[in-house]
Design a protein around this ligand. Sequence first.
Ligand code: LLP
Length: 404
Amino acid sequence: MKYINKSFSIEKVKAQNLAKKFNTPIYCYSYKQLKVNINNFKKNFKYFSPLVCFAIKANTNVNLIREIKKLGLGADVVSIGEMMKALKAGINPKKIVFSGVGKTYAEISYAIDKKILLINAESKSEIIEIEKVAKSKNKIIDIGIRLNPNTDAKTLSQISTGKKENKFGVNKKTFFKLVEYSKNSKNIKLKCLSVHIGSQIVDHKPYEKMLKIVDEIIKKTNHKFQFIDLGGGMGISYDDNNKKLNYKKYSIAIKKILKNHNSKIIFEPGRAIVGNIGVLISKIIYIKENGKKDFIILDAAMNDLMRPALYGANHRIIPALKTSQVSKRIYEFVGPICESTDKFSTIKKFQKLKEKDLIVICDVGAYGMSLSSNYNVRPKPIEILIKGSKINIIKKRQKLIDLI
Ligand code: LLP
Protein backbone atom coordinates (compact mmCIF):
# COMPACT_ATOMS: atom_id res chain seq x y z
CA MET A 1 0.00 0.00 0.00
CA LYS A 2 1.42 3.33 -0.99
CA TYR A 3 0.76 6.65 -2.66
CA ILE A 4 0.74 6.51 -6.45
CA ASN A 5 0.76 10.07 -7.83
CA LYS A 6 -0.31 11.38 -4.41
CA SER A 7 -3.29 9.04 -4.38
CA PHE A 8 -3.33 6.39 -1.66
CA SER A 9 -3.53 3.02 -3.33
CA ILE A 10 -4.08 -0.53 -2.24
CA GLU A 11 -1.81 -2.38 -4.64
CA LYS A 12 -2.82 -0.81 -7.98
CA VAL A 13 -6.23 0.49 -6.94
CA LYS A 14 -6.78 4.03 -5.73
CA ALA A 15 -8.80 4.44 -2.53
CA GLN A 16 -10.61 7.31 -4.26
CA ASN A 17 -11.84 5.08 -7.07
CA LEU A 18 -13.09 2.52 -4.59
CA ALA A 19 -15.02 5.20 -2.72
CA LYS A 20 -16.57 6.44 -5.95
CA LYS A 21 -17.62 2.95 -6.95
CA PHE A 22 -18.74 1.46 -3.64
CA ASN A 23 -19.43 4.43 -1.38
CA THR A 24 -17.86 4.59 2.10
CA PRO A 25 -16.89 3.33 4.65
CA ILE A 26 -14.95 0.47 3.06
CA TYR A 27 -12.75 -2.21 4.60
CA CYS A 28 -10.11 -2.90 2.00
CA TYR A 29 -7.40 -5.58 2.17
CA SER A 30 -4.24 -6.20 0.16
CA TYR A 31 -3.62 -9.79 -0.93
CA LYS A 32 0.02 -9.01 -1.63
CA GLN A 33 0.59 -7.87 1.95
CA LEU A 34 -1.17 -10.99 3.25
CA LYS A 35 1.21 -13.15 1.25
CA VAL A 36 4.22 -11.18 2.49
CA ASN A 37 3.10 -11.59 6.12
CA ILE A 38 2.52 -15.33 5.84
CA ASN A 39 5.80 -15.92 4.05
CA ASN A 40 7.65 -13.81 6.62
CA PHE A 41 6.06 -15.67 9.48
CA LYS A 42 6.96 -19.03 7.99
CA LYS A 43 10.49 -17.87 7.20
CA ASN A 44 11.11 -16.60 10.72
CA PHE A 45 10.15 -19.91 12.29
CA LYS A 46 11.35 -22.18 9.49
CA TYR A 47 13.65 -24.03 11.87
CA PHE A 48 10.75 -25.69 13.71
CA SER A 49 8.43 -26.15 10.70
CA PRO A 50 5.54 -25.30 13.00
CA LEU A 51 1.85 -25.74 12.39
CA VAL A 52 0.60 -22.17 11.94
CA CYS A 53 -3.06 -21.82 12.88
CA PHE A 54 -4.54 -18.45 11.97
CA ALA A 55 -6.58 -17.05 14.87
CA ILE A 56 -9.91 -16.69 13.09
CA LYS A 57 -11.17 -14.13 15.62
CA ALA A 58 -8.82 -11.55 14.12
CA ASN A 59 -10.68 -11.61 10.82
CA THR A 60 -13.67 -13.82 10.17
CA ASN A 61 -14.27 -13.11 6.50
CA VAL A 62 -14.67 -16.56 4.90
CA ASN A 63 -13.26 -15.45 1.57
CA LEU A 64 -10.19 -14.03 3.24
CA ILE A 65 -9.80 -17.18 5.36
CA ARG A 66 -9.95 -19.17 2.12
CA GLU A 67 -6.93 -17.22 0.82
CA ILE A 68 -5.13 -17.79 4.12
CA LYS A 69 -5.86 -21.49 3.81
CA LYS A 70 -4.48 -21.54 0.26
CA LEU A 71 -1.29 -20.01 1.62
CA GLY A 72 -0.94 -23.01 3.89
CA LEU A 73 -2.28 -22.04 7.30
CA GLY A 74 -4.61 -23.89 9.63
CA ALA A 75 -6.98 -22.26 12.11
CA ASP A 76 -7.32 -21.49 15.79
CA VAL A 77 -11.02 -21.20 16.64
CA VAL A 78 -12.88 -20.24 19.80
CA SER A 79 -16.50 -21.01 18.93
CA ILE A 80 -18.58 -23.33 16.81
CA GLY A 81 -19.22 -20.41 14.45
CA GLU A 82 -15.52 -19.83 13.89
CA MET A 83 -15.02 -23.57 13.41
CA MET A 84 -17.76 -23.63 10.78
CA LYS A 85 -16.16 -20.71 8.96
CA ALA A 86 -12.73 -22.36 9.03
CA LEU A 87 -14.20 -25.57 7.62
CA LYS A 88 -16.24 -23.69 5.02
CA ALA A 89 -13.05 -21.98 3.88
CA GLY A 90 -11.66 -25.46 3.27
CA ILE A 91 -9.20 -25.69 6.14
CA ASN A 92 -8.22 -29.27 6.88
CA PRO A 93 -9.71 -30.28 10.27
CA LYS A 94 -6.33 -31.75 11.15
CA LYS A 95 -5.03 -28.18 11.11
CA ILE A 96 -7.69 -26.81 13.46
CA VAL A 97 -7.23 -26.23 17.19
CA PHE A 98 -10.09 -25.19 19.46
CA SER A 99 -9.36 -22.75 22.32
CA GLY A 100 -11.52 -20.83 24.79
CA VAL A 101 -12.66 -21.04 28.41
CA GLY A 102 -16.29 -21.99 27.88
CA LYS A 103 -16.77 -24.61 25.19
CA THR A 104 -20.27 -26.05 25.40
CA TYR A 105 -21.33 -29.69 25.00
CA ALA A 106 -22.66 -28.91 21.52
CA GLU A 107 -19.42 -27.23 20.47
CA ILE A 108 -17.28 -30.08 21.76
CA SER A 109 -19.54 -32.58 20.04
CA TYR A 110 -19.24 -30.72 16.73
CA ALA A 111 -15.44 -30.53 17.08
CA ILE A 112 -15.25 -34.26 17.71
CA ASP A 113 -17.52 -35.07 14.75
CA LYS A 114 -15.37 -32.93 12.49
CA LYS A 115 -12.20 -34.68 13.75
CA ILE A 116 -10.21 -31.53 14.43
CA LEU A 117 -6.61 -31.80 15.60
CA LEU A 118 -6.94 -30.67 19.22
CA ILE A 119 -9.32 -29.33 21.78
CA ASN A 120 -7.34 -27.16 24.17
CA ALA A 121 -9.08 -27.44 27.54
CA GLU A 122 -8.92 -24.64 30.08
CA SER A 123 -10.34 -26.26 33.25
CA LYS A 124 -11.03 -29.58 34.91
CA SER A 125 -14.76 -29.14 34.29
CA GLU A 126 -14.07 -28.76 30.60
CA ILE A 127 -11.94 -31.89 30.51
CA ILE A 128 -14.74 -33.80 32.20
CA GLU A 129 -17.20 -32.45 29.63
CA ILE A 130 -14.91 -33.50 26.75
CA GLU A 131 -14.65 -36.96 28.30
CA LYS A 132 -18.42 -37.14 28.57
CA VAL A 133 -18.94 -36.28 24.93
CA ALA A 134 -16.14 -38.59 23.82
CA LYS A 135 -17.57 -41.45 25.85
CA SER A 136 -21.01 -40.98 24.35
CA LYS A 137 -19.44 -41.32 20.91
CA ASN A 138 -17.18 -44.15 22.04
CA LYS A 139 -14.07 -42.22 21.04
CA ILE A 140 -10.65 -41.25 22.36
CA ILE A 141 -10.05 -37.53 21.86
CA ASP A 142 -6.76 -35.65 21.67
CA ILE A 143 -6.64 -32.68 23.96
CA GLY A 144 -4.32 -29.96 25.12
CA ILE A 145 -4.33 -28.21 28.47
CA ARG A 146 -3.83 -24.47 28.54
CA LEU A 147 -1.36 -23.33 31.12
CA ASN A 148 -1.63 -19.93 32.76
CA PRO A 149 2.06 -19.21 33.36
CA ASN A 150 1.41 -16.06 35.41
CA THR A 151 3.54 -14.02 33.02
CA ASP A 152 3.02 -10.33 32.36
CA ALA A 153 2.87 -9.86 28.58
CA LYS A 154 3.66 -6.13 29.00
CA THR A 155 0.81 -5.19 26.73
CA LEU A 156 -2.51 -3.37 27.28
CA SER A 157 -4.21 -4.80 30.38
CA GLN A 158 -7.40 -5.45 28.39
CA ILE A 159 -5.60 -7.84 26.05
CA SER A 160 -3.34 -9.56 28.56
CA THR A 161 -4.28 -13.18 29.23
CA GLY A 162 -1.38 -14.90 30.97
CA LYS A 163 -1.49 -13.48 34.48
CA LYS A 164 -2.96 -15.34 37.40
CA GLU A 165 -5.86 -12.90 37.73
CA ASN A 166 -6.91 -13.59 34.12
CA LYS A 167 -9.60 -16.19 33.46
CA PHE A 168 -7.51 -18.14 30.96
CA GLY A 169 -5.85 -21.51 31.43
CA VAL A 170 -4.92 -23.25 34.69
CA ASN A 171 -2.12 -22.56 37.11
CA LYS A 172 0.94 -24.80 37.48
CA LYS A 173 -0.46 -26.78 40.39
CA THR A 174 -3.72 -27.55 38.62
CA PHE A 175 -1.81 -28.29 35.43
CA PHE A 176 0.13 -31.09 37.16
CA LYS A 177 -3.08 -32.50 38.63
CA LEU A 178 -4.80 -32.45 35.26
CA VAL A 179 -1.89 -34.22 33.58
CA GLU A 180 -2.27 -37.03 36.12
CA TYR A 181 -6.05 -37.02 35.68
CA SER A 182 -5.71 -37.29 31.90
CA LYS A 183 -3.32 -40.20 32.14
CA ASN A 184 -6.05 -42.25 33.81
CA SER A 185 -8.82 -41.30 31.43
CA LYS A 186 -10.16 -43.77 28.88
CA ASN A 187 -11.61 -41.19 26.54
CA ILE A 188 -9.01 -38.48 26.27
CA LYS A 189 -5.37 -38.42 25.32
CA LEU A 190 -3.21 -35.53 26.47
CA LYS A 191 -1.17 -34.42 23.48
CA CYS A 192 -0.51 -30.75 23.97
CA LEU A 193 0.51 -28.05 26.37
CA SER A 194 -0.94 -24.77 25.21
CA VAL A 195 -0.24 -21.25 26.33
CA HIS A 196 -1.17 -17.75 25.15
CA ILE A 197 -0.19 -14.80 27.32
CA GLY A 198 -1.76 -11.89 25.46
CA SER A 199 -1.97 -9.89 22.29
CA GLN A 200 0.05 -7.09 20.66
CA ILE A 201 3.23 -8.20 22.45
CA VAL A 202 6.21 -6.24 21.14
CA ASP A 203 8.79 -7.19 23.77
CA HIS A 204 10.31 -10.67 23.40
CA LYS A 205 11.14 -10.92 27.12
CA PRO A 206 7.66 -11.98 28.31
CA TYR A 207 7.85 -14.78 25.75
CA GLU A 208 11.26 -15.81 27.12
CA LYS A 209 9.79 -15.97 30.62
CA MET A 210 6.80 -17.92 29.42
CA LEU A 211 9.04 -20.42 27.62
CA LYS A 212 11.18 -20.97 30.69
CA ILE A 213 8.09 -21.87 32.68
CA VAL A 214 6.80 -24.15 29.90
CA ASP A 215 10.17 -25.91 29.83
CA GLU A 216 10.23 -26.40 33.60
CA ILE A 217 6.70 -27.69 33.73
CA ILE A 218 7.09 -30.19 30.93
CA LYS A 219 10.22 -31.53 32.58
CA LYS A 220 8.39 -31.90 35.88
CA THR A 221 5.38 -33.69 34.42
CA ASN A 222 7.56 -36.24 32.74
CA HIS A 223 4.88 -36.49 30.08
CA LYS A 224 5.59 -36.62 26.37
CA PHE A 225 3.75 -33.75 24.75
CA GLN A 226 3.44 -34.27 21.01
CA PHE A 227 2.60 -30.58 20.60
CA ILE A 228 3.52 -27.35 22.32
CA ASP A 229 1.02 -24.68 21.30
CA LEU A 230 2.56 -21.27 21.96
CA GLY A 231 -0.53 -19.28 20.98
CA GLY A 232 -0.29 -15.96 19.18
CA GLY A 233 0.19 -12.43 20.41
CA MET A 234 2.99 -11.28 18.11
CA GLY A 235 2.76 -7.50 18.03
CA ILE A 236 2.89 -5.31 14.94
CA SER A 237 3.89 -1.70 14.50
CA TYR A 238 0.88 0.64 14.46
CA ASP A 239 2.84 3.82 13.87
CA ASP A 240 6.28 4.93 12.80
CA ASN A 241 7.85 4.91 16.27
CA ASN A 242 6.02 1.82 17.45
CA LYS A 243 8.28 -1.19 17.76
CA LYS A 244 7.22 -4.65 16.71
CA LEU A 245 8.17 -8.06 18.02
CA ASN A 246 11.69 -9.27 17.29
CA TYR A 247 10.99 -12.67 15.79
CA LYS A 248 14.62 -13.68 15.80
CA LYS A 249 14.91 -13.34 19.56
CA TYR A 250 11.62 -15.15 20.10
CA SER A 251 12.75 -17.92 17.82
CA ILE A 252 16.07 -18.32 19.65
CA ALA A 253 14.20 -18.64 22.95
CA ILE A 254 12.00 -21.37 21.49
CA LYS A 255 15.00 -23.23 20.14
CA LYS A 256 16.52 -23.24 23.60
CA ILE A 257 13.64 -25.10 25.18
CA LEU A 258 12.90 -27.31 22.21
CA LYS A 259 16.17 -29.13 22.46
CA ASN A 260 14.78 -30.62 25.68
CA HIS A 261 11.52 -31.75 24.16
CA ASN A 262 10.82 -33.38 20.88
CA SER A 263 7.48 -31.65 20.27
CA LYS A 264 5.87 -29.99 17.28
CA ILE A 265 5.31 -26.29 17.74
CA ILE A 266 1.92 -24.76 17.02
CA PHE A 267 1.42 -20.99 16.64
CA GLU A 268 -1.89 -19.14 16.64
CA PRO A 269 -1.11 -15.72 15.15
CA GLY A 270 -3.97 -13.39 14.25
CA ARG A 271 -2.75 -9.81 14.14
CA ALA A 272 0.67 -10.68 12.71
CA ILE A 273 -1.03 -12.24 9.68
CA VAL A 274 -3.76 -9.72 8.91
CA GLY A 275 -3.20 -6.57 10.99
CA ASN A 276 -1.42 -4.49 8.38
CA ILE A 277 -3.24 -5.84 5.32
CA GLY A 278 -6.35 -3.73 5.86
CA VAL A 279 -7.42 -0.09 5.77
CA LEU A 280 -10.73 1.58 6.48
CA ILE A 281 -11.60 4.21 3.88
CA SER A 282 -13.95 6.87 5.14
CA LYS A 283 -15.45 10.15 3.97
CA ILE A 284 -15.66 13.37 5.94
CA ILE A 285 -19.33 14.24 6.48
CA TYR A 286 -18.83 17.54 8.29
CA ILE A 287 -16.11 19.65 9.81
CA LYS A 288 -17.16 21.38 13.01
CA GLU A 289 -15.08 24.11 14.59
CA ASN A 290 -14.61 23.96 18.33
CA GLY A 291 -12.16 26.44 19.85
CA LYS A 292 -8.66 25.50 18.80
CA LYS A 293 -9.66 22.25 17.20
CA ASP A 294 -11.92 21.00 14.47
CA PHE A 295 -14.02 17.90 14.79
CA ILE A 296 -13.59 15.93 11.61
CA ILE A 297 -16.84 13.98 11.53
CA LEU A 298 -16.36 10.80 9.50
CA ASP A 299 -18.84 8.35 8.07
CA ALA A 300 -16.92 5.55 9.83
CA ALA A 301 -17.53 5.17 13.54
CA MET A 302 -16.76 3.08 16.59
CA ASN A 303 -19.23 0.44 15.44
CA ASP A 304 -17.03 -0.10 12.36
CA LEU A 305 -13.73 0.03 14.25
CA MET A 306 -13.96 -0.53 18.00
CA ARG A 307 -10.27 -0.65 18.96
CA PRO A 308 -9.76 3.05 19.76
CA ALA A 309 -12.91 3.23 21.92
CA LEU A 310 -12.32 -0.16 23.53
CA TYR A 311 -8.59 -0.08 24.25
CA GLY A 312 -7.51 3.48 23.54
CA ALA A 313 -5.70 1.98 20.56
CA ASN A 314 -4.21 4.36 18.04
CA HIS A 315 -4.55 3.79 14.31
CA ARG A 316 -2.70 6.03 11.90
CA ILE A 317 -4.96 8.28 9.83
CA ILE A 318 -3.76 9.53 6.46
CA PRO A 319 -5.35 11.45 3.59
CA ALA A 320 -6.53 9.52 0.54
CA LEU A 321 -5.24 12.31 -1.66
CA LYS A 322 -2.05 14.08 -0.62
CA THR A 323 -1.81 17.85 -0.96
CA SER A 324 0.87 20.25 0.21
CA GLN A 325 -1.43 22.51 2.25
CA VAL A 326 -0.87 22.09 5.97
CA SER A 327 -3.69 22.96 8.34
CA LYS A 328 -3.14 25.28 11.29
CA ARG A 329 -5.93 23.60 13.20
CA ILE A 330 -5.86 20.57 15.49
CA TYR A 331 -7.99 17.82 14.03
CA GLU A 332 -10.03 15.43 16.12
CA PHE A 333 -11.29 12.55 14.00
CA VAL A 334 -14.62 11.27 15.28
CA GLY A 335 -17.56 9.20 14.10
CA PRO A 336 -21.24 10.18 14.10
CA ILE A 337 -22.24 7.81 16.94
CA CYS A 338 -23.79 9.23 20.08
CA GLU A 339 -20.92 8.37 22.42
CA SER A 340 -17.97 10.52 23.41
CA THR A 341 -15.70 7.48 22.98
CA ASP A 342 -16.58 7.47 19.29
CA LYS A 343 -13.27 9.06 18.53
CA PHE A 344 -10.38 7.73 16.47
CA SER A 345 -7.54 10.13 17.02
CA THR A 346 -6.44 13.71 17.65
CA ILE A 347 -3.78 14.96 15.26
CA LYS A 348 -1.91 18.24 15.62
CA LYS A 349 -0.36 18.38 12.22
CA PHE A 350 -2.33 17.25 9.20
CA GLN A 351 -2.90 18.48 5.71
CA LYS A 352 -5.81 20.87 5.29
CA LEU A 353 -9.06 18.96 5.01
CA LYS A 354 -12.49 19.86 3.74
CA GLU A 355 -15.89 18.24 3.86
CA LYS A 356 -16.30 15.23 1.49
CA ASP A 357 -12.55 14.55 1.51
CA LEU A 358 -11.53 10.94 1.99
CA ILE A 359 -9.26 9.67 4.71
CA VAL A 360 -7.71 6.27 5.36
CA ILE A 361 -7.48 4.59 8.77
CA CYS A 362 -4.53 2.19 8.73
CA ASP A 363 -3.77 -1.30 10.02
CA VAL A 364 -7.32 -2.40 10.66
CA GLY A 365 -7.09 -5.90 9.17
CA ALA A 366 -7.08 -7.55 12.60
CA TYR A 367 -9.95 -7.05 15.07
CA GLY A 368 -11.44 -4.38 12.81
CA MET A 369 -14.40 -5.89 11.00
CA SER A 370 -14.49 -8.85 13.40
CA LEU A 371 -15.22 -6.55 16.35
CA SER A 372 -17.70 -4.39 14.45
CA SER A 373 -21.35 -4.10 15.42
CA ASN A 374 -24.62 -2.59 14.27
CA TYR A 375 -24.74 -0.07 17.09
CA ASN A 376 -26.95 2.92 16.26
CA VAL A 377 -28.48 0.70 13.54
CA ARG A 378 -25.55 1.23 11.27
CA PRO A 379 -25.01 -1.33 8.50
CA LYS A 380 -21.57 -2.96 8.47
CA PRO A 381 -19.17 -1.82 5.72
CA ILE A 382 -18.38 -3.61 2.49
CA GLU A 383 -15.15 -5.67 2.49
CA ILE A 384 -12.91 -5.69 -0.56
CA LEU A 385 -9.82 -7.74 -1.33
CA ILE A 386 -7.40 -6.26 -3.86
CA LYS A 387 -5.10 -8.45 -5.93
CA GLY A 388 -2.99 -6.22 -8.15
CA SER A 389 -5.58 -4.25 -10.08
CA LYS A 390 -8.35 -6.75 -9.45
CA ILE A 391 -11.13 -5.75 -7.07
CA ASN A 392 -12.87 -8.62 -5.28
CA ILE A 393 -15.91 -7.92 -3.16
CA ILE A 394 -15.47 -10.44 -0.37
CA LYS A 395 -18.46 -9.25 1.61
CA LYS A 396 -21.26 -6.97 0.54
CA ARG A 397 -22.22 -3.93 2.54
CA GLN A 398 -25.06 -4.80 4.90
CA LYS A 399 -28.39 -3.54 3.69
CA LEU A 400 -30.21 -1.14 5.95
CA ILE A 401 -33.45 -2.95 5.23
CA ASP A 402 -32.04 -6.11 6.83
CA LEU A 403 -31.45 -4.23 10.06
CA ILE A 404 -34.93 -2.80 10.32
N1 LLP B 1 -4.77 -17.66 20.53
C1 LLP B 1 -5.61 -17.38 21.54
C2 LLP B 1 -5.97 -18.45 22.47
C3 LLP B 1 -6.13 -16.09 21.68
O1 LLP B 1 -6.95 -15.81 22.68
C4 LLP B 1 -5.76 -15.08 20.73
C5 LLP B 1 -6.27 -13.71 20.86
C6 LLP B 1 -4.89 -15.43 19.69
C7 LLP B 1 -4.41 -16.73 19.62
C8 LLP B 1 -4.44 -14.45 18.65
O2 LLP B 1 -3.75 -13.37 19.17
P1 LLP B 1 -2.97 -12.33 18.21
O3 LLP B 1 -1.88 -13.09 17.50
O4 LLP B 1 -3.95 -11.78 17.25
O5 LLP B 1 -2.46 -11.32 19.13
N2 LLP B 1 -9.38 -7.53 20.27
C9 LLP B 1 -8.04 -7.28 20.73
C10 LLP B 1 -7.18 -8.51 20.71
C11 LLP B 1 -7.77 -9.66 21.49
C12 LLP B 1 -7.01 -10.94 21.33
C13 LLP B 1 -7.75 -12.07 21.89
N3 LLP B 1 -7.09 -13.33 21.77
C14 LLP B 1 -7.44 -6.13 19.91
O6 LLP B 1 -8.11 -5.60 19.05
O7 LLP B 1 -6.30 -5.74 20.15
